[in-house]
Design a protein around this ligand. Sequence first.
Ligand code: GLU
Length: 440
Amino acid sequence: MRVRFAPSPTGHLHVGGARTALFNWLFARNTGGRFVLRIEDTDQERSTEASYQAIVDALRWLRLDWDEGPAVGGDFGPYFQSQRRGLYREWAGRLVKEGKAYICFCTQEEVAARRAAAGGMTEVSTYDRKCRALAPDETERRLAAGELHVVRIKTPLDGETAFDDLIHGRVVFQNANLEDFILIKSDGFPTYNFAATVDDMAMKISHIIRGDDHISNTPRQLVVYRAMGIEPPRFGHVPLIMGPDKTRLSKRHGATSMAQFTSDGYLPEAMVNYLALLGWSFDAETSLFDVADLIKKFSLAKVSATPAVFDYQKLQWMNGEYMKRRSREDKVALVLPHLERAGLVGSEVDDATRNYVGQVVDVIGERLKIGRQIIEQGAFFFKERVEYDPAAAEEFLKRHYVSAAFRVLEEKLRALEPFDVPTIETTMRGLAAEMNLKVG
Ligand code: GLU
């Protein structure tokens, strides 16, 4: 079993991408297969080094290690598509020679103009296949003259292209809806559908596990496999991730990039557990799985075909569960950056501060579900003066008995021996009862 995660380095690693990476990784670890990381950086304008770094950082944070790919190497490299252009050109040349693809000189403008003349947009915006009929000597002549061109594949004109998806079952596409799509662009770079197919073949990928949004690419990739004379791998398309309002998950719903979850103070093991449940389930009851458990239990057979809903509340709860398993030192390390960013501790943290933060973390206890909550739950431990919420102060602190009660309480606390939690609690409860007030 050989699977791959093939991100395009054009942004952060998003929830959907992280979930795809995780499913591939779990599949590989469960089957004893190999997990390959391949960087699909053929979009010259949008690919950036910073994005590549963000993706790699996020995968490392989640501890999804890859067996082959950037930084680790492997027998099927290079693992950056931008370094594999020779291979794509070679295959394109071969397909042209075998009559399975052809050189096309039509510019985008010409294609659009002809489409408009033929009655505007047809159902699919198909290229009219003009150059498919070009005489070989004309092609030669125009190539020799240095005319700009692309390479297009000859898609079958009728019939169906079908495959058995590991998650969706049989999926059928009508070939009449496939245009002669481009394999190599006029700048010499391959298109996604061509590069991904050549690489999946060359890297001996056995199972392609990716998001549902790629399902419509699959017939195109199958056409390329057929043209290359290669048996295609198996495909499994994992369901879309939606927000609680059942629209596609986006920033409107909350954090979507792994970088954001990291900086909010989530724990990677909670994130992995939560991501695993976005489309996969073991049974109706269990939701807490540590990673060893996930590896043991994961299977594509239990991945659902219907969209998954991202529930931020549940993720927070789950993070809280994993927080309970973490040491005080871990929690201190998790909250310190938040305190620092808020200017509540300095950037040089000495032992006394560390210890104090530890005590605060202990006091907050299970209410601290994610790192950043240290601010809302505990900022007042780090300030000499506390700013009150004016509405709350109006409602509670200005009641006529409050200042009297606090004066008595202050006196009692000053004299208290021993000054510890049980004695303080007994004193406060006793005073409340005496004064006929609620403890709260
Ligand atoms: N580079 C593609 C993407 O990021 C990969 C799709 C695939 O897995 O084939 O969406």
